[in-house]
Design a protein around this ligand. Sequence first.
Ligand code: ATP
Ligand code: MG
Length: 441
Amino acid sequence: MKTSQEKLVAPAETAIDRVGEAKINNPLSLGRFVDEDEAVLVHISRSNVELQGKGGSKRRAFFEPAGPRSRVYYDPSKTKCAIVTCGGLCPGLNDVIRAIVMTAVHEYRVPSVLGIRFGLAGFIPEEGHDIVELTPERVSRIHEFGGTFLGSSRGPQDPEAIVDALERMNVSILFMIGGDGTMRAASAVIREVVKRRLSISVVGLPKTIDNDIDFASPSFGFDTAVETATMAIKGAHVEATGAPWGIGLVKVMGRDAGFIAAQSALACQAVNFVLIPEAPFDLLGEKGFLAALDSRMKRRGNAVIVVAEGAGQDLLDQTSRTDASGNKILGDIGGLLKGEILAHFKAQGIDATLKYIDPSYIVRSVPANANDRIYCSFLGINAVHAAMAGRTNLVISRWNGRYVHIPIDLVTRGKKRILTDSNYWRAVLESTGQPATMRND
Ligand code: ATP
Ligand code: MG
């Protein structure tokens, strides 16, 4: 997928912060330690490699590989960890939690891993949430379930109050699993930790079901989301072909990026229109969506439409409503399309049969599939290795097929989008047969 990740990264932007010098021998007995000189090239296309190499290889950007180091910063027997999950649900959250606990306790033998309940609110005493001691026994089967074992929440929490809680509980390492908001919260916590000169490491695990975070390709849970969305689309296809003038309309997640819609369409090969936020469209007019749908219906008698929730927002009455974390509340594009499509055919005396399926909450709450389980395990395992080695202010991600350390600032810098002039989007259009653009101008 060609995405905005093509922006060049400078070598200085990949440096990973450390809490202090790692002086203690790593207690791990199996496997190999990462060679500190090893590095993973950020940009692998020849043009980018050449562009960066012009000033010598020092101009090339590398990510630090993830994995266990021969020396650790924290004394394992005296290290307390904490895990928090924030924002919306995504398949794989429990797998990440489980892997962190298992690695910390079994591999490093840390005495305690605390589970913070219901997102950042769990740090705030007035909220009254309990703290759970995450033992291997307690988490051994949580990966069989969707959602997050710890619960989640939105809404602002004071970084000072969060660090107060970390100090009170004597936590050395905090793992924060969440989306862009959570990564920004992690940065704020780290600034407070640095201000107080504490030796607390904060490691982020970026979560986005929309697959819109830079430098995570793809993000965990995305594979499961596509697989689940595909089942809904198959249902829509059956409905559409089983009735005269049958139309199946499926709304999937994708606030600013239409990756789930596009990828599911590619997987199904039964979708006739994919509508994504990156490709604005007109409803009316000669080249608009309704004209294209009309033409398809008159040729083939049925159609399957997949729309990302953030598509066509310019067609809806704009409100400035936001959720507790300040995220814009989107207008209901699925509802609008349903009404407009039925009215369009009704005006011609045609009673179209439209089945509208919104699998969003199923897509995000199912347990992870096999691929995502493995992916999430490695993310959790590597998060523990990074933190024990004293790394901080970073996320764990998979990049160019390797697990790497990426500074938090780099992943929150931009958001990944589908480029509508890419071969990827062209493949989607070829699979649907929809016009390259559905705009009149
Ligand atoms: P999702 O992708 O599901 O939206 P998210 O992590 O972006 O996940 P949010 O609810 O936006 O979810 O944010 C998670 C938590 O981080 C919330 O408690 C929110 O208040 C906090 N947060 C968001 N942005 C910041 C910020 N700039 N500084 C401090 N805290 C923040
Ligand atoms: Mg967010």
